[in-house]
Ligand binder design. Sequence first.
Ligand code: KIV
Ligand code: ZN
Length: 500
Amino acid sequence: MSRLYIFDTTLRDGEQSLGITLNVNEKLEIARQLVKLGVDIIEAGFPASSPGDMDSVKTIAREVKGVIICGLTRAKEHDIDLCAEALRGAEQPRIHTGIGVSPQHMEKKLRLSPEQVVETAVAAVKHAKKYVSDVEFFAEDAFRSDHSFLVKVLDKVIEAGATVINIPDTVGYATPWEYGEMISYVINNVKNIERVVVSVHCHNDLGMATANSLAGIKAGACQVEGTINGIGERAGNTSLEEVIMAIYTQRGRYGVKTGINTREISATSRLVSQITGVPVPVHKAIVGANAFMHASGIHQDGVLKDKQVYEIIEPEIVGVPKNIIALSARSGRHALKHRLEELGYKLEQERLETVYQAFLQLADRKKEILDQDLHALMGDTAVKSSKIILKNIAVTTTGTSMATATVTINMDGNTCTDAACGNGPVDAVFNAVNRLVGEKVYLENYNLKSVSGSSEALGEATVKIRHSDTGVVIGRGISTDIIEASAKAYINALAKIKTN
Ligand code: KIV
Ligand code: ZN
């Protein structure tokens, strides 16, 4: 079996598309989890795109070891210089440079002739080689290119020193058989192709990113690019967890193996969702909340007789452990710690105590604490060190939609209270918090969902707010009281702006 390299671009193609500015610490946390997951390459960002991206790539390059750290550039000297600088601290740096090769890109976007595109591509690879030995070249929109021209470009960039050749379906237009044929065509026609790694990079516009990537792998590609939960431009990128598990469950079909620790898949998915604020659909393959649930009577009867009747993956393999202990207000620290460890959380004594106290408060309001509650609790206790803490809320509604909220917070050690009216209780609370915090922000999105199914379930609120300096930030809050959850989420986002 040959090795399939897993190239994660959650922090570049995934983040770039969301209009969300993840801060350096958030990106670092995701990068560290990706190392635990066992990816081979982390594309940490596009340093020339903003000072924030530059800083994130620099920090990840310096702090995250044991994995290749990659930065994206256009085929421009200035981009490549900045990327090289950002990667200076990396143990294994890679520059990922490239240019559009389809008629649409060359004529409309770049306004360059095919000859100029070849020259620019070669010059970019040669320039990147001055800094690092590992240079990946992307032929943007390769699928819609003239494939004989694509071969010509790839011949030249390999001659110029490229070590990895990325052949993207940038607009998600291919079908699996066509994408597989393109990869075979490249492998059979590009000179010295055996010297380089061939990489597949697909987008999901027609819902075929995973299938196309697998077709490319079957045709001989030995690197696959994608994101966790499939987040990314428009309809998203290839979901890495789907490709990884397709290969794991059907090893014989592909003849390749990955270095992934599949038991970290669920924790990685959750972390990316929490940090980016992009929810995972319940029916999402591998990581959706329902991915391993059997609902209908016939299916339940089947799995009770033998799991294999309706299950192709044991949930434990992707890090969703079986639960044999029911957690409630009577549970002690030991039981809580045990379950959290099974769910992938390793806690220091001090953090365990904080989480245990939050657990007891929740257990007083809710009979049984489910895994989803524990995940929400872990996310919530992680933001407790915020500069702004919600102390109290009182809301009165007048029977119509108008409401008044009185909110007390502690900000930088000072306790203060203010009140405001609003169009409903959530609006009133947000207005009162705005008066207290004094930042000018625009609410881009507010989302409230129940963490589990019952009427006593935890409510989980997510807000996205835009600030003129910081850009878009996300805040999360949980509580069995949905107004409190909303206030916590809003305050959490404002606290991030204050600390930036
Ligand atoms: O989709 C694409 O073509 C890309 C390249 C920039 C690698 O993301
Ligand atoms: Zn892409």
